[in-house]
Design a protein. Structure first.
Length: 155
């Protein structure tokens, strides 16, 4: 049981846990999810940790087949610039390993932005807190649990 699963259960949020055998040789964690679980890549969201000017860490969720628009993320959070955070810093802040960072049950709550495309789906998939584990839940529940805002942050 990961902290992410505990978080959705504690909040009594309807969800589905999906597991698959993670391949350490996979070129992309996100696209591996899409292939192994036979999902639409637009419904699977990767959790990325970025750093705003001043060193503040933030969380961004974008579809796995797209890239994070760092300028759009900075603008959504009222900052001048954003850059991808160092993997070790992301792991320390969240308590998860890169490739298994869940937006839920993190060690430290980070300000969050979810790409607005999530609202076009009845449910979306996010990491369940380890490689090979996904959580399916409504985007509105994801927003509520992460206290996230939405913005067009994917390109």
């Amino acid at each position: 049981m990961t902290p992410a699963i505990v978080a959705v259960q504690r909040a009594r949020v309807p969800h589905v846990v999906r597991e698959y055998a993670h391949d350490p040789a996979a070129a992309s964690f996100g696209m591996e999810v899409v292939a192994k679980l036979e999902l639409d890549a637009a419904r699977v969201f990767k959790t990325l940790i970025a750093e705003l000017d001043g060193g503040r860490l933030v969380m961004a969720l974008v579809p796995v087949a797209q890239l994070l628009d760092l300028k759009a993320l900075a603008a959504a959070l009222g900052a001048k610039r954003a850059a991808m955070a160092d993997g070790a810093a992301a792991e320390r802040a969240t308590g998860y390993v890169v490739g298994g960072i869940s937006p839920l049950g993190q060690r430290r709550r980070l300000p969050a932005v979810i790409d607005a495309s999530a609202l076009g789906w009845e449910t979306v998939y996010v990491s369940g807190g380890r490689r090979g584990l996904q959580l399916e839940l409504a985007p509105q529940d994801l927003m509520r649990l992460t206290r996230a805002r939405t913005a067009r942050i994917a390109r």
